[in-house]
Design a protein. Structure first.
Length: 87
């Protein structure tokens, strides 16, 4: 399940550029679609929490770490490629 989320985060950020995320008045469609899907899937989270049992803490920690790592790497790559400082 952690690997599934890593792949999902990688796909989400691989299609985004720093300009799309930071310099436009509206968010990119990929990001909006991601959060809509997340919201729809999260409506029945009690069933999933019950099924995960003792693995829940491990999964939450590692999924959060995967998202943090993906965003950090994406930002580092984006700024290296642009060699620009955004304020």
């Amino acid at each position: 399940m952690v690997d599934f989320h890593k792949d999902m985060f990688s796909k989400l950020f691989s299609g985004l550029s720093i300009e799309e995320l930071c310099h436009r008045p509206e968010p990119p469609k990929e990001l909006v679609d991601f959060f809509i899907t997340y919201q729809l899937l999260g409506r029945n989270h009690f069933s999933l929490i019950y099924k995960l049992g003792n693995d829940l803490d491990y999964l939450i920690t590692n999924i959060n770490l995967a998202l943090t790592t993906t965003v950090k790497e994406w930002l580092q790559k984006s700024y290296r490629e642009k060699k620009t400082v955004f304020l």
